[in-house]
Design a protein around this ligand. Structure first.
Ligand SMILES: [Fe+2]
Length: 189
């Protein structure tokens, strides 16, 4: 069965003024959709048809891996947005216990995201021992490949922010925190 582009979990104007409807239209309707279409072109009618995105991320290479990971990464990214509240006090304490404070966590995440050269993703992940860590990946790469659990991501490909922030990746990351869906993030623990 072919993979499908999931609907956005919010309306086209729901992330304004962080991300414009134009950004969502291009990012979801063209980029995300393009990865779905490419994945289907590469897998339908092959033994990889019917494999889950997670299986393809863990086992595939080349174009199948790149497109499967980009489909998964974008769906995960959309689910991480449109919150706007705060983490639960228990999760905030967990973040503070690892990174020093909630603000220090955000600063460290942003520093890692800004330092990611070129296109990629910034992540908060949970290790198999339960500990938390910040990591970044290049291009389509995904932490599931390393056997860890993604909790939160931010897309730092230019296509994620160029319409609204031009080349100002740090400002995009600064504003990102006002829109995180902590309920979703904590559900990944
Ligand atoms: Fe993207």
């Amino acid at each position: 069965m072919a993979h499908e582009l999931p609907k956005l979990p919010f309306g086209p104007d729901d992330l304004v003024p962080f991300l414009s409807a134009e950004t969502l239209d291009y990012h979801h309707g063209k980029h995300h959709k393009g990865y779905v279409d490419n994945l289907n072109k590469l897998t339908v009618g092959t033994p990889q048809e019917g494999a889950s995105l997670e299986d393809l991320i863990k086992t595939a290479d080349g174009g199948v891996f790149n497109n499967a990971a980009q489909v998964w990464n974008h769906t995960f990214y959309w689910n991480c947005l449109k919150g706007g509240g705060a983490p639960s006090s228990a999760f905030e304490e967990k973040l503070a216990g690892t990174f020093g404070s909630f603000d220090a966590f955000k600063e460290k995440f942003n520093a890692a995201a800004v330092a990611r050269f070129g296109s990629g993703w910034a992540w908060l992940i949970q290790n198999p021992d339960g500990s938390l860590a910040i990591t970044t990946t290049a291009n389509a790469d995904n932490p599931l490949r390393e056997g860890v659990t993604p909790l939160l991501t931010c897309d730092v490909w230019e296509h994620a922010y160029y319409i609204d922030f031009r080349n100002a990746r740090p400002k995009y990351l600064q504003d990102f925190w006002g829109w995180v869906n902590w309920e979703f993030v904590e559900s990944n623990l």
